[in-house]
Ligand binder design. Sequence first.
Ligand SMILES: CCCCCCCCCCCCCC(=O)SCCNC(=O)CCNC(=O)[C@H](O)C(C)(C)COP(=O)(O)OP(=O)(O)OC[C@H]1O[C@@H](n2cnc3c(N)ncnc32)[C@H](O)[C@@H]1OP(=O)(O)O
Length: 217
Amino acid sequence: MTSAGEQPDRTVLLTDTGERPWRSANLYGGDEYSAAYDELTNALGDFLDRLAEARPETELIASMTESLSELARGLDPLAVAERDRVFGRRTDLVSRGQTMSPTVDLAEVDDRSASGTVYFGPYFLGGNGAVHGGAIPLVFDEILGRLANASGRPPQRTAYLNTDFRSITPVNRTLTIRAWLVSEDGRKRVLRATIHDQDILCAEAEGLFIALRPGQP
Ligand SMILES: CCCCCCCCCCCCCC(=O)SCCNC(=O)CCNC(=O)[C@H](O)C(C)(C)COP(=O)(O)OP(=O)(O)OC[C@H]1O[C@@H](n2cnc3c(N)ncnc32)[C@H](O)[C@@H]1OP(=O)(O)O
């Protein structure tokens, strides 16, 4: 997360299709390992976006398959226990060190609310220029989960996440995302979020988050 008002140095990945998302360049917490891992997830996300847009010839498909298989084999001996992994566990990185959901770039964050932008690249296309209906709750869970778990609160799990799709959510556009805490009652927290394309409400969600008891998985 970036602090309030801070403008990230965005790396725009240009193609002839026009606007490209930044992912999380230069927003990491500082150390060399974080920077390198951030670059890796950016490169992976960029690959997935470009693959989704491309129509490669058979020869290139075979060569990419071999390259990817070789990379995967190289990682095989490096598997570690969940608690020691990097992917999805770097809260100092704006991408959280993952490519499962698009990067939610939060410009304004406090104890009870967060707002910023989200950009669904071609990888998240459902059809006809609209984001896949499963990717939208994924992003809501991401922003609501991060807010529910922020500010020293005990770890929370999503009990329900209700999403309303109000109009199509376009790919390849910078969208506004907002999340806020609605109520707190013991272990229960209700949060809501919206995604807008300028003044058009694309989708909104409500989530119930339950604080886990000590030792609860
Ligand atoms: C380094 C690490 C990095 C970390 C990254 C951080 C960012 C992460 C970002 C991503 C984040 C991703 C996050 C994720 O995606 S978490 C993954 C998705 N969620 C799950 O897998 C959760 C599965 N469910 C459970 O584990 C349990 O059911 C939970 C823990 C949720 C509650 O079971 P528990 O046994 O503990 O509690 P309880 O049953 O006594 O209920 C307690 C109260 O809640 C009320 N209630 C419960 N359910 C519902 C419901 N559906 N509607 C309405 N109400 C409900 C219930 O009536 C009761 O109310 P009351 O009677 O007290 O009034």
